[in-house]
Ligand binder design. Sequence first.
Ligand code: FES
Ligand code: FE2
Length: 399
Amino acid sequence: MSEPQLIAPQFTGDMPVGLPPWTYRSAELLELEYERVILPSWQFVCHVNQVKSPGDFATLDMRRDSVIVIRGADGELRAFANFCRHRGTKLLDGSGTCRNRIVCPYHGWSYDLSGAMVAAPSPETFPGLDKNNLGLRPVEMEILLGLVFVRVIGGGLGLKEIWGDAVRHLEPFGIESFEPAGPPNAQVWNANWKVAIDNNLENYHVPMGHPGYHRLLDLDDANGFMNQHGVAGSMATVRQRLSSNWSERRYQKLAPHALADLPEKLRKTWSFTIMPPNFGLDIYPDSMDIFQILPLGAETCQVRYPLYVRPGSSREQEVLRYLNWRINRQVTAEDRELSERVQMGMGSHGYEPGPLSTHEICLKDFHDRIRAACPVTLLANSPPAGQMRQINARMATRH
Ligand code: FES
Ligand SMILES: [Fe+2]
């Protein structure tokens, strides 16, 4: 029998406290989180404008699962598990266009663009083969404002219910019409996925951690929102006072002319929105990026951040975008460094999580969701090796 386990404090005084540090370093917990948090949640794959024509496809690779989104000959967009029904080979990589078949690179089984199995080489060696039962496995898919999401373990709330009225905050930006700006950027960070998410869920670190953003933007939590499903957002305004930094100052000066065709308010609004567990959407007047953090190892994660631009842009808008990307490249580098530093501190002997500010309310909401999905994270210390799953199951029946 194992020792009785201590429950970690969730508050100190009236202030909430984050998850215990062991939860940011455990490979066994990562498996549970992957199955209980990532796979049953909506995961972003691509923008509809990346899969416009029949045969166009995009894939999303997660820890063990990969999903294909592909436009059929009938114009329908569908999602499938990215494995062959013969012996499981991964079928497609990245994104591109299939002529009219998806052909497995192993033995050559083929599927049409609607996922139906078409043929297997040497069909006489498969007596009684029922092709109707060997099509690609469908995966749940929904589209929100032109953004395509899939859910490997289906059955939860739809995107409409999860977003509710929050979607109104995004509607004025017209992101359905945005076009991809090159292949999606991706980086591996030396931090547990939750460290990178935590970092993306609060603006409290901006004045210290992102001096450029702080010079450029007025981030006011007062206009923030969060609904009961954790969809949250805030808007920032580009400051009037010119920054001392070259790119930021140029951006401030150029934006009013380059964006003259946009309503005045949108011209200077930077909008930051998140959907649990791992999706962020940053909309700028000139472009937008998506920030999706996927678990990789116990102390590594993958950060996907594809960029999109408004269609039909002028030369001035292109310059503006270039400046924006310079500014945001710097911010991403800062976030990466800060996240990796958190990971280092988390692993130190004697570290106990400190209190969270009211600016870190989304972080608390995220941790509560992890606690609900994986009650084992309520424990102050990691369960003994090999016992995570049983202890979690036992605790789940109690909570
Ligand atoms: S695994 Fe795909 S054809 Fe054999
Ligand atoms: Fe940041």
